[in-house]
Write a protein that binds this ligand. Structure first.
Ligand code: FAD
Length: 321
């Protein structure tokens, strides 16, 4: 089976979510036979592109053109569709993101391919089709979806597969893609990066605060725990609405959906709209002074108590380890 992975980059290197997409493709190749090829657009260091081999790709096709440096879902979809046809790829894997969903949907429409987004497990194959589990209703349920088209596209959720890097490297082939002016009708004028060292969507650990933190001037204990853990910081919607924290930290149904290994919720009640953004987390720790707070029902570990007493103790314990 010929498997193609669309990989996203950041700072001229392979994005963390793309590493998972390559590992997912490799797991399918190991089970079904076949090779994994990665497709990358725009600016990437050749030494970084080779690292796609660490996660299971044997080749990297690098579409090099300065016009592709800014994310452009229309141009990326056209190039992806062209490469799928050239490579006779049967299975296409993308790591879930806003860009990946737009690129995958457009490429699927161009090629009449079946597409499943929000994939949460490896697929099973039968005859011409595959069946795969996906997350539905903002993570509240799962559905088994079958597609039978010749070309099949899967957009895979974070934390679907464990990544175990090797020292293998991939062969990088650079090519000049066919660019069509109609794909560049919308141009990026300016980009503003979210502040903070660790992006929420990439974070392994997130420490998040709600209205129980009482106000922006009381955020220091939460920031200190995040710093001790090397974690990103997040918040509930009212907290960003009140300008206690920046809007890019807002987690939930109407904010960012996260799937870290560890999510620590401090003074957040656990409303269904907040849970919709965190239920992909592997382990949830809830700190709340109200033992009846709904978040405890979704928690792996719960601490009933005052955040302002518990956070400094947790930070001290982490620092002592
Ligand atoms: C259409 C719609 C979309 C929404 N989208 C989102 C979304 O994307 N994300 C989101 O977060 N919300 C969203 N909401 C809002 C959501 O319904 C809740 O109102 C919100 O999540 C509550 O935020 P909170 O838990 O910070 O505040 P509160 O509900 O006020 O809870 C504060 C919690 O802190 C605890 N607490 C207080 N003091 C302390 C202390 N000293 N120590 C420990 N615990 C303490 C309290 O017991 C309480 O449980 C949405 C709502 C609607 C209607």
């Amino acid at each position: 089976m010929s498997i193609l992975v669309f990989i996203e980059t950041e700072n001229k290197a392979i994005k963390k979510n793309a590493q998972e997409a390559i590992a997912y493709a490799k797991a399918v190749a190991n089970a079904q036979g076949g090779e994994v090829t990665a497709l990358v657009m725009g600016d990437i260091d050749p030494s970084e592109a080779e690292k796609a081999g660490n996660f299971g790709a044997s080749r990297v096709l690098h579409a090099a053109d300065s016009k592709l440096e800014h994310d452009n879902s229309m141009a990326y979809a056209s190039i992806l569709a062209e490469v799928i046809q050239q490579e006779s790829s049967e299975l296409i894997i993308l790591a879930k993101s806003g860009l990946a969903d737009a690129v995958a949907a457009r490429a699927a429409a161009k090629l009449k391919a079946g597409i499943v987004s929000g994939v949460t497990a490896l697929p099973s194959f039968d005859g011409d089709g595959l069946t795969v589990q996906r997350s539905i209703f903002t993570g509240k349920a799962f559905s088994d979806t079958r597609i039978t088209s010749k070309i099949k596209i899967l957009v895979v959720n974070k934390n679907t597969i464990e990544v175990t890097p090797t020292t293998d490297t991939a062969v990088v082939e650079t090519f000049s893609p066919t660019l069509n002016d109609k794909d560049f009708k919308a141009t990026v004028q300016d980009t503003e990066k979210a502040t903070g060292d660790i992006l929420l969507t990439d974070a392994d650990i997130i420490v998040s605060g709600g209205r129980g933190m009482k106000g922006p001037e009381h955020w220091q204990p939460l920031l200190e725990l995040a710093s001790a853990l090397g974690a990103a910081t997040g918040c509930s919607k009212p907290v960003s609405d009140l300008d206690w924290r920046p809007h890019h930290e807002h987690i939930g149904q109407t904010g960012i959906k996260v799937a870290p290994n560890l999510y620590i919720a401090c003074g957040i009640s656990g409303a269904i709209q907040h849970l919709a953004g965190v239920n992909g987390s592997k382990c949830i720790v809830v700190i709340n002074k109200d033992p009846e707070a709904p978040f405890f029902k979704a928690a792996d570990y719960g601490i009933v108590g005052d955040v302002f007493e518990i956070l400094p103790k947790l930070t001290e314990a982490i620092k002592n380890r």
